[in-house]
Design a protein around this ligand. Structure first.
Ligand SMILES: Cc1cc2nc3c(=O)[nH]c(=O)nc-3n(C[C@H](O)[C@H](O)[C@H](O)COP(=O)(O)OP(=O)(O)OC[C@H]3O[C@@H](n4cnc5c(N)ncnc54)[C@H](O)[C@@H]3O)c2cc1C
Length: 346
């Protein structure tokens, strides 16, 4: 397995001012962590993050990181690591449950925490380091930012407008998949990554569940589009869908309810870009690539991108060399994760 970042991850040793003015579009895990690392490595830099949402206005529930990624975080910034460590839940097993039979695969070493808590920790760190955080503010257009800043990091998510503004250069391939899924939560902790398959009168439905706190789990319910329609989910609102999913997966949930948080049925989009940078503009996290949520790696990849970009900017003599090194380092890791995610999705 390729490590999140080699043991040579640079520590702050001087205040190199190149690039000096950095714009980060998007305050998700990828953008915030990049901002914190870049500011920490060179405190004299100006680092600004634009985030159109409010700090606590986040979707979803828990996110998964691996031990390997945590090692990279610990090495790069122990303050963030120590804060994360207090909130992580760890587990080893993957359980697959079908027709009342459970198969367990062990030794996977997962760690998860709430997405909201992760963003709080990263906000606090950015704030303490002096990053200019601009919540509830859309970023200026990318072409303006590339003129006013030495480096523009496009961490604006799967529907990245920055990427789309330069489609001709990045050449994105976006595949929308046919399954519908909804991201929900339950107020108890599964003791494994749980995949449960339900054969209903409308077709096969699947639950993906994993803990993210000692008393909470993420629960994703997924099914093919035609099964979703046949089951009538297209006519149900959020509360009705949530209750219906809890009923279908009552065995897995021990009869407990599910809850929603701006949860909507959606389809997953796999993003692949032929190039990740253009002049002083670079793609990071979901803007650059996505991997199906069933392998729990979207946040992990975004965080690892941030580690790699910060290290390459510190190690390489020019911005061009740094962005080329970043892409060279991350592309094979991302491609391998996307292959695994494709197999999982299928
Ligand atoms: C159902 C589901 C389950 C998932 N499960 C997991 C999991 O178990 N583990 C895991 O690691 N990941 C999971 N993910 C994936 C994870 O949420 C993303 O991969 C991860 O958040 C990527 O981080 P990011 O910073 O690149 O993008 P995002 O978190 O999407 O952040 C992008 C940010 O940019 C902001 N933005 C966009 N445009 C602008 C603009 N013009 N100006 C200002 N702000 C802007 C958005 O508001 C957003 O906050 C899941 C995703 C889904 C949908």
């Amino acid at each position: 397995m390729v490590p999140a970042r080699p043991a040579t991850t640079p520590q702050p040793h001087d205040d190199r001012l190149r690039p000096r003015r950095i714009a980060v579009v998007g305050g998700g895990p990828g953008g915030l962590y990049t901002a914190a690392l870049l500011k920490r490595l060179a405190p004299g830099r100006e680092v600004t993050v634009w985030e159109r949402g409010a700090p606590d206005d986040t979707f979803g529930f828990g996110v998964v990181l691996s031990d390997e990624t945590l090692g990279g975080i610990e090495h790069a910034d122990p303050v963030v690591y120590e804060a994360l460590k207090r909130d992580f839940v760890h587990w080893d097993d993957i359980d697959i449950v079908h027709r009342n039979t459970r198969q367990t695969s062990g030794g996977h070493r997962f760690a998860a925490l709430g997405r909201r808590r992760l963003l709080e920790i990263l906000h606090d760190r950015c704030h303490d380091l002096g990053v200019d955080l601009r919540p509830r503010t859309g970023a200026p257009p990318p072409d303006r930012l590339t003129e006013t800043h030495d480096l523009v990091v496009a961490a604006d998510g799967v529907r990245s407008a920055t990427r789309e503004a330069h489609r001709d250069v990045f050449r994105p391939h976006v595949t929308a998949h046919r399954c519908r899924y909804i991201w929900l939560a339950a107020d108890f902790a599964f003791d494994a990554f749980r995949f449960e398959i339900a054969e209903t009168e409308h077709g096969v439905m699947q639950l993906h569940g994993y803990p993210y706190a000692t008393d909470a789990s993420t629960v994703i319910v997924e099914m093919r589009e035609e099964v979703w329609r046949a089951a009538g989910f297209d006519a149900l609102d959020e509360a009705e869908s949530t209750a219906r999913c809890a009923k279908i997966f009552a065995d897995a949930l021990g009869g407990r309810p599910l809850r929603a948080n701006k949860s909507a049925w959606t389809t997953f989009r796999t993003v692949v870009n032929e190039r990740w940078s253009h002049g002083n503009l670079v793609l990071l996290g979901d803007a650059a690539h996505t991997a199906h949520f069933s392998i729990g790696s979207g946040t992990k990849l975004a965080v690892e991108d941030a580690l790699a970009l910060a290290a390459c900017l510190q190690e390489q003599p020019t911005l061009g060399a740094a962005l080329a090194a970043y892409e060279e380092e991350r592309r094979p890791v991302v491609a391998s994760t996307q292959r695994a995610a494709k197999a999982s999705l299928e």
